[in-house]
Design a protein around this ligand. Structure first.
Ligand SMILES: Cc1ncc(COP(=O)(O)O)c(C=O)c1O
Length: 484
């Protein structure tokens, strides 16, 4: 038992032992029903008398936190939710903790109490794909195979930049998408979220300007806010970023980075059209500003022709390209990557070392095997077929159940439908009613710098639920909006 007793403090040992368990119980680290360590064993491991431990436990019993069961030991009781353990500390938190500042913001929680009480609630608010499609058995076999084949090498830190064969495989995959690169320009990261964070920290000092779409991915806004950046937003329509507005921003504010999601934009689903892509590259050249291209679901296409990546249109290493396995495979692998050139790459590498030394070696090796034998490609095709059907199911359900005045655009890929609510209806007001009906969505405000600007929209994920669940979810949503 790792419980450090302080013999200098003057506080009796039984009070210290009791305090440790009290904190753990009140903070729910020790859940109701858990058995406390046996008195004799705990006394021996702490080097104290049994009577000391017994006194500590007696106090907890007297406080109603623990009960003794004849012959079986002491068990944690359910306690009323309320005061967190911190509040039970005699002196509160040390003063320096009052100076902590996190610049991010808390997205509006969709998990309202009404929802958590329902057993059949439907979640259309998520940002991920369907974990049930993940090839669990195949991946488990690959992990075993990698451990047998590579032995200790598979569980060492590995190269900072990432497992080289995975980077080489990725270079081939990217080449098929028109991005000519090599393993030496690819850095494997802990999801693309880490990539966004590393790039922002490398290129921008607090107070500097960054351009982001309006609306945009909430996690990117989080990164930019936490870094204390000046965020300039540029509108998005069906053809992606409004490049005329971008030009005005570049002229007026001279920002240090343009962040964009050109394919199946999160949250609107828009794709940047070909001409705008070229204009964006040329503007970035004229104003000498780098572009951070977030291609989080570029592969998940249901129809239409793919546009070239910005990276492939970039003649002089201005575009930093970010991708991920989270959406197409599963987010829990935490494998994303950055493609960057020259000094940017070298600095990102150093920064990565400061953050976590390297991304999980074992997972990278299994992933490399999965991708290189063509299974990834087959999985991609299978998943796209399923997600296309689900998209169509959601579009059909929206037609059936949305009230007059609601509108949406058919996404040609990705995971989301972005719905504009009828005039005057607010996402923050619909959400509690939807929760009562047993369905949740992502309110538009989560994707805006000023949440009030997103009140007229909601984002629905069609990829993570079956067609039947989608139909029922949209029916409930329609009811929450006052229909049927
Ligand atoms: C647009 C976009 N970029 C990046 C990410 C980060 O994903 P991950 O860190 O799992 O790769 C997300 C996650 O939702 C996203 O929607």
């Amino acid at each position: 038992m790792r419980l450090a007793l302080d013999y200098e403090s003057g506080q009796p040992l039984y009070v210290q032992i009791g305090g440790h368990f009290r904190d753990a119980i009140l903070s729910d680290n020790l859940r109701p029903g858990v058995r406390l360590p046996a008195v004799r064993a705990l006394a021996a491991s702490l080097g104290v008398n049994r009577a000391t431990v017994e006194s500590a436990y007696a106090e907890l019993v007297a406080e109603g936190l623990v009960a003794s069961r004849q012959g079986s030991g002491f068990y944690v009781l359910a306690h009323a939710p309320g005061e967190p353990a911190a509040a039970s500390r005699s002196g509160g938190w040390p003063a320096w903790q009052g100076r902590l500042r996190y610049g991010g913001y808390e997205a509006m929680s969709a998990y309202l109490p009404e929802v958590s009480r329902q057993t059949d609630w439907i979640a259309l608010d998520g940002g991920a794909c369907d974990p049930r499609l993940f090839p669990m058995d195949e991946f488990r076999r690959l992990l075993g195979q990698v451990m047998r084949r590579d032995g200790a090498a598979a569980v060492e830190y590995g190269e900072i930049g990432g497992y080289r064969p995975l980077r080489a495989t990725l270079a081939q995959v990217l080449a098929s998408q028109g991005v000519q690169t090599s393993a030496d320009s690819i850095l494997i990261t802990a999801g693309s979220q880490q990539a966004l964070s590393l790039v922002a920290a490398l290129l921008l000092a607090p107070g500097q300007g960054v351009v982001a779409e309006r609306p945009t991915y909430a996690g990117a806004l989080d990164v930019f806010r936490a870094r204390g950046l000046a965020i300039h937003t540029v509108g998005v329509d069906e053809d992606g970023m409004d490049v005329d507005e971008l030009e005005q921003i570049l002229e007026r504010h001279r920002p240090g980075l343009i962040y964009t999601i050109p394919n199946f934009h999160n949250p609107t689903g828009a794709c940047l059209d070909g001409q705008r892509r070229r204009r964006l590259i040329s503007l970035a050249g004229r104003y000498d500003v780098p572009i951070l291209e977030d291609d989080y679901v570029g592969d998940i296409r249901y129809e239409g022709r793919a546009q070239p990546t910005l990276k492939s249109l970039d003649p002089d290493g201005r575009v930093i390209y970010v991708g991920t396995f989270s959406k197409m495979l599963i987010p829990g692998l935490r494998v994303g990557f950055v493609v960057a050139d020259g000094p940017v790459y070298d600095h990102l590498l150093r920064s990565k070392r400061c953050h976590d030394l390297a991304t999980c070696n074992l997972i990278q090796r299994a992933l490399r095997d999965y991708v290189s034998v063509g299974r990834y490609h087959a999985h991609l095709q299978r998943s796209c077929t399923v997600y296309r059907r689900r998209r169509d199911a959601m579009l059909a359900a929206l037609e059936r159940h949305m009230p007059a005045g609601a509108s949406w655009v058919r996404p040609r890929g990705g995971l989301f439908v972005w719905v504009r609510l009828p005039e005057g209806m607010k996402a923050s007001e619909v959400l509690p009613m939807a929760c009562k009906e047993g369905v949740v969505f992502a309110p538009g405000g989560n994707f805006h710098l000023d949440p009030a600007e997103g009140e007229g929209c909601i984002r629905l994920n069609f990829a993570s639920s079956s067609e039947e669940v989608i139909e029922e979810g949209i029916r409930r949503l329609g009811r929450a909006m006052g229909g049927e």
